[in-house]
Ligand binder design. Structure first.
Ligand SMILES: Cc1cc2nc3c(=O)[nH]c(=O)nc-3n(C[C@H](O)[C@H](O)[C@H](O)COP(=O)(O)OP(=O)(O)OC[C@H]3O[C@@H](n4cnc5c(N)ncnc54)[C@H](O)[C@@H]3O)c2cc1C
Length: 387
């Protein structure tokens, strides 16, 4: 395999500048149209393919851009500042790419990564079920060996890219009686076929335009060479192996939403006048802007710190958890404060504030709820500082 290129600060600035220019020219003008209609942005997806966004973190040897996680996090933030939903279209996809790159067999990497890098195949991660989200070991979808195939039965819930995606990482139980339960779990790389159905698109508060669906498997047959990594029993490890990067990605999205709410508020507070002066001159508004700006900066730094550690190959479950927790709560806080600063207009669908307000809560739920992040952080602290 060819050696990976070293990225310089100039490379990073150039890539960021071209993505930001695309976001301003092509995405911002159509965001409201797609989001309010909850319509999938097919034309933007075609542009994303041309820009290489589906291969951002896939190594160059497999046709991607091979960007480092720190640059990836900045791109995710830039996208979330304009239209968080389209970030969802590439993020689950790139998480799947990372899983295949880290854990896949050579044949799986050679077969899938080049197609993922161009966007010819688009990825979805299928972990959550109607009765199990946080408690992944409680999933019920099972896969039974039958010759050189497995037969899958069960259902999945809330799957991002579930309708327009084409490659699905599906977490199953291959040994429902295994003790501990995680040893009996296996991840499959599935493409649609007989017995694999997309049941319904779920209606939701925000994160519109990207589809979240329920899926079901009814005697769905899949070849044994589609077991991620080629060996049964490692599915749980694969699922949690993607969590650090997943949390950095959610943190980066949180920073994007929070900063968008802040920037809109700075602008609006200079335009809107009450009692003869711009509202930014009222101390009550200044207190809000000062608090928002400080939290955004702190969220950005926590996210960067986690991404730097991840990039160096250091353990960063605690740092990624802290970044995800703080940045998502920051997005929620800033979207609410922005709504107050905008008064009645914050509640209007003609402004973007109400979208930030609907999008932000998802950041507190995805990739491990914030309740779980606090527990992860506490457990890491106790492990790192034993008495
Ligand atoms: C828009 C959207 C998109 C999504 N996309 C995907 C996707 O692409 N793929 C995918 O697999 N999933 C996806 N999810 C699912 C998401 O990951 C889960 O919703 C999340 O993991 C929480 O699981 P749950 O909803 O089952 O909540 P539950 O696990 O039922 O939790 C309910 C509450 O109990 C708390 N709780 C649970 N266990 C504990 C504990 N041990 N200690 C303290 N508190 C606890 C939780 O923090 C939460 O407050 C998506 C969800 C949404 C809303």
């Amino acid at each position: 395999m060819a050696a990976e290129r070293i990225f310089s600060r100039e490379d990073e600035s150039q890539i960021l500048a071209s993505i930001e220019s695309w976001l301003e020219k092509e995405v911002r003008p159509v965001t409201k149209k797609y989001e309010q209609a909850d319509e999938y942005p097919h034309d933007l997806v075609e542009q994303m393919k041309e820009l290489g966004l589906f291969g951002l973190t896939i190594p160059e040897a497999y046709g991607g851009m091979g960007l480092p996680p720190t640059t990836y996090a900045k791109i995710v933030t830039a996208i979330a500042e304009v239209f968080m939903s389209i970030g969802g279209i590439i993020n689950s996809h790139l998480m799947l790419g990372t899983l295949i790159h880290r854990f896949g067999t050579e044949a799986q990497k050679d077969h899938f990564l080049p197609k993922l890098a161009t966007g010819e195949l688009r990825g979805a991660l299928c972990l959550t079920e109607p009765d199990a989200g946080t408690d992944l070991q409680g999933i019920k979808t099972h896969a039974k060996r039958d010759g050189d195939h497995y037969v899958l039965n069960g259902s999945k819930m809330w799957i991002t890219n579930g309708m327009y995606g084409s490659l699905y990482a599906v977490l199953t139980k291959t040994d429902p009686h295994a003790k501990p339960a995680h040893k009996g779990m296996t991840m499959f790389l599935a493409e649609r076929g007989p017995g694999f159905t997309v049941d319904r698109k779920l209606k939701k508060l925000g994160y519109r335009s990207v589809e979240s669906v329920g899926l079901s498997f009814n005697d769905f047959r899949i070849s044994a060479d589609r077991v991620l990594g080629g060996e049964e029993g490692h599915g749980f490890q694969h699922a949690v192996g993607g969590l650090e990067l997943g949390r950095i990605n959610i943190a980066a999205r949180g920073v994007g939403i929070a900063n968008a709410a802040l920037q809109d508020s700075i602008r609006y507070s200079q335009q809107r006048k009450t009692f003869g002066k711009p509202i930014c001159e009222h101390q009550a508004i200044q207190l809000k802007l000062g608090e928002m700006a400080t939290r955004v900066e702190a969220a950005r730094l926590l996210t960067e710190q986690a991404a730097v550690k991840y990039e160096r190959g250091e353990r960063c479950d605690m740092e990624a958890g802290m970044a995800k927790l703080f940045a998502s709560e920051c997005a929620l806080f800033c979207s609410q404060e922005a709504m107050r600063i905008h008064g009645g207009y914050g509640y209007s669908a003609e402004f973007d504030i109400e979208r930030y307000y609907r999008d932000a809560p998802l950041m507190c739920i995805g990739e491990g709820t914030n309740e779980i992040q606090r527990i992860v952080i506490a457990k890491s602290l106790v492990k790192r500082f034993p008495i």
